[in-house]
Design a protein around this ligand. Structure first.
Ligand code: GLY
Length: 300
């Protein structure tokens, strides 16, 4: 029987001091609620979905409730879940009025012949699968509304600025279960004041997430337009074959910076069960379980 592994992130950003506590507490809660289930036999797939749902509910993060608003002041959500055993994945993009896009992504994987549904089509599918369509304001927080108003008409604003100046981002989870199967899930509200219909890296296979039992699994956070250009999570998984887990993550982040001046971070687990993480933002909230202990950190 293999000792399961779990690593979670709550975003790579310039997280200011006053938000550090919330970021740590949320990641810790997701780990401490999910890991005991993995220990008693929960599958990696169920575990990553379960963990990400906890983070989607938490308004601290740019996922589910509390997500950034697009140019029209609306919440549009992206998510992916991937099974390292089969390489099957399900994803949704620009989905509105649903609290748990990661679970809709799971249904896309389990219940359809497709991999990725977007916009109105994703919402219709979610409703068909009995997800509750919420009023738009229920996912929107006062904090995001105030932030949106402050940047709405700011001519100098660029969508990657919040990665350097504001305290929120994508969430993700990577797990290896007792049978040695890997899975990953990533969920996000994308970037602040994004164009309507903009899709970031998170629901793009290989970009915001990748899982393959032969390599391991990786989830990304950061500026989506840069991450998807270098297919970051697939790159790190490929490097798991010839580098240590930590070296592979570091290589991916260095390449992201060098090749496209990108910003962000990755977490992962390689096929040997070794944890992997790296980031080039000021902070990245992340945590994992090692020898029965939950280790959460946010600094470099
Ligand atoms: N990584 C989140 C996004 O850019 O959409």
């Amino acid at each position: 029987m293999i000792q399961p592994k779990l690593i979670i992130h709550g975003g790579a950003w310039n997280i200011p001091d006053e938000y550090v506590e919330d970021h740590i507490r949320g990641v810790e809660k997701a780990i401490n609620t999910t890991y005991p289930k993995l220990e008693v036999g929960m599958s990696a797939l169920d575990a990553v979905e379960f963990a990400v749902r906890i983070l989607e509910e938490d308004p601290t993060y740019d996922a589910g409730r509390g997500a950034f608003l697009n140019e029209a002041g609306e919440v549009e959500l992206d998510a992916i879940i991937m099974d390292g055993k089969t390489l099957n994945f399900g994803a949704v993009a620009a989905l509105q009025n649903i609290l748990h896009p990661v679970s809709v992504a799971r249904k896309v994987m389990d219940e359809t012949e497709h991999c990725l549904l977007v916009g109105d089509g994703a919402l219709s599918f979610a409703k068909k699968m009995n997800f509750e369509e919420l009023p738009p304001e229920s996912l929107l927080t006062e904090r995001e509304l105030a932030f949106f108003k402050s940047i709405k008409n700011k001519e100098t604003f660029k969508t990657h600025h919040p990665f350097e100046f504001e305290p929120r981002d994508t969430v993700g989870a990577v797990a290896m279960d007792r049978d040695g199967n890997f899975a990953v899930a990533t969920s996000t509200g994308g970037t602040a004041r994004k164009l309507r219909g903009r899709v970031g890296d998170s629901p793009i296979v290989g970009g915001g997430a990748y899982a393959d039992n032969e390599a391991g699994a990786v989830s990304a956070t950061g500026w989506g337009e840069s991450i998807m250009k270098v297919v970051l999570c697939k790159r790190v998984c490929d490097h798991f074959f010839n580098q240590s887990a930590m070296e592979a993550a570091e290589e991916g982040i260095q390449y992201l910076k060098k090749r496209v001046n990108g910003l962000g971070g990755v977490i992962g687990i390689n096929a040997k069960g070794e944890y992997s993480f790296a980031f080039n933002t000021r902070r990245m909230a992340r945590g994992y379980v090692q020898n029965g202990k939950t280790i959460v950190s946010i600094e470099k």
